[in-house]
Design a protein around this ligand. Structure first.
Ligand code: PEP
Ligand code: MN
Length: 339
C-alpha cells in the first residue's frame, strides 16, 4: 500500500502516521520527493482500512498495490486448486460437467433427467429445491422434499448433487444431504450466508453476482475461505449489460482473468448467460475454448412444461449432441473431460 502525503506536511505529522502503521505490524519505507513524502507500507495490509487513512487531513492519496484477497490469490498459491466431488474433479486440467433441470419438479422428472445426463457424460446432477425467483408468485421450488428427490436421483445414478442454498438456516440440512452447495448470483454478497457456508465441509459453487466485478466476486470467495472452507468453485453465469435481447451477457474475459487472479477453478453456466436453449451450445463451446474448468447446464426432459427456465433448457438429446462437441474441444485445450 502506498500513502502519498500532502506537499508541505510537517515531519511530526509524518512521524505520527508512521508510528501508527508500525503499531499495526507494518514496515514503512519513506521516500522524500520534491515537496512531498511517499510512505510505502510493507507487510500484511489486507486488514488496513484505506478510508481511515484517507480521512487524515495530511494525506493526499492512498493506493493499494496488491489485491485485497489472500487465500484466493494466485500469487500466494501458484498452482491450480482442484475440487474433488465423489469421482469428479474440477480444476488443474480436469474438466467436469454438471447438468440437470433448473428445479426439481417430481421423482420421475429428476430421476429421468439424471439418468439421461449421466449417459451423456455429466458427472454431477444439478436441480434447485429452493429457488430464488424475481416474483413471489412464481414457483418457489419444492423445498426440503425436493432435496429428498435429489437424493433418490443420486441413489439411482451415483451422481453427486449440486443445489442452491438461500438461507443460513439450511446449512445443517445441506451439510447432511448435499454434495456441492450452490450460492446463487443474488446471494453472492450475502455475507452472513458466505460466512456460514464457509464453516461447512462441502464444496461451494459460488456464482458471480449480476453486476459484480471480478474483485468483488473473489472477495466473496475469500469470505468463504477465511472461515476455513477452501473448496470453492467460481461460476460465471452472465452479467447485466445494456443488451436486452439475451437474458444476460456471458463475460468470456472472466475465464482468463480469474485464472490470472486466482487459483480457484472456474466453471461457466451458459444457460443463465444466454437465456435461450439455442445459445447454450455456442456459449458453452466459447467457455471451453477460453479455458473454463467445467460447465453447469440446464437440461429438462420436457422443456415446454418446465416449472422454471424451460426456454433455456436443453432436451436430453440436445445435451448429448453438445457433450460430443464439448469432449472434442476439451481435448484440444489440453484438459481431460472427467466422465
Ligand atoms: C440457477 O442456477 O438455477 C440459478 C438461479 O442461477 P443464478 O443464481 O445464476 O441466477
Ligand atoms: Mn435456472
Amino acid at each position: 500500500m502506498v500513502v502519498v502525503m500532502k506537499p508541505g506536511t510537517q515531519q511530526r505529522e509524518i512521524d505520527k502516521l508512521v508510528a501508527q502503521f508500525q503499531l499495526q505490524g507494518l514496515t514503512v519505507g519513506i521516500t522524500n520527493g520534491v515537496g512531498c513524502t511517499i510512505l510505502g507500507l510493507v507487510g500484511d495490509t489486507t486488514a488496513v482500512d484505506m478510508d481511515k487513512i484517507s480521512i487524515n487531513e495530511h494525506v493526499e492519496r492512498v493506493m493499494r498495490v496488491q489485491e485485497p484477497f489472500k487465500k484466493a490469490n494466485r500469487k500466494f498459491h501458484p498452482e491450480d486448486s482442484v475440487v474433488t466431488v465423489g469421482s469428479a474433479k474440477i480444476g488443474g486440467g480436469n474438466f467436469s460437467v454438471i447438468a440437470g433441470p433448473c428445479s426439481v419438479e417430481s421423482e420421475d422428472q429428476i430421476i429421468e433427467v439424471a439418468q439421461d445426463v449421466q449417459k451423456s457424460g455429466a458427472t454431477m446432477l444439478r436441480g434447485g429445491a429452493f429457488k430464488p425467483r424475481t416474483s413471489p408468485y412464481s414457483f418457489q421450488g419444492m423445498g426440503t422434499p425436493g432435496l429428498d428427490l435429489l437424493l433418490e436421483a443420486k441413489a439411482a445414478t451415483g451422481l453427486p448433487i449440486v443445489t442452491e442454498i438461500m438461507s443460513p438456516k439450511y446449512c445443517e440440512l445441506f451439510e447432511e444431504k448435499v454434495d456441492v452447495v450452490q450460492v446463487g448470483a443474488r446471494n453472492m454478497q450475502n455475507f452472513d450466508l458466505l460466512k456460514e457456508v464457509g464453516r461447512m465441509s462441502k464444496p461451494i459453487l459460488l456464482k458471480r453476482g449480476l453486476s459484480s466485478t471480478y474483485e468483488e466476486w473473489i472477495m466473496s470467495a475469500e469470505y468463504i475461505m477465511s472461515e476455513g472452507n477452501e473448496n470453492v468453485i467460481l461460476c460465471e453465469r452472465g452479467i447485466r449489460t445494456f443488451e436486452t435481447y439475451t437474458r444476460n451477457t456471458l463475460d468470456v474475459s472472466a475465464i482468463p482473468a480469474i485464472r490470472r487472479m486466482s487459483h480457484l477453478p472456474i466453471v461457466v453456466d451458459p444457460s443463465h448467460s444466454g437465456g435461450y436453449y439455442w445459445l447454450v451450445e455456442p456459449l458453452a463451446l466459447a467457455a471451453v475454448a477460453a479455458g473454463a474448468d467445467g460447465l453447469i447446464i440446464e437440461v429438462h426432459n420436457n422443456p415446454s412444461c418446465a416449472k422454471c427456465d424451460g426456454q433455456q433448457s436443453l432436451t436430453p438429446e440436445n445435451f448429448d449432441h453438445l457433450m460430443n462437441k464439448v469432449e472434442n474441444l476439451v481435448s484440444v485445450t489440453g484438459k481431460t473431460l472427467v466422465k
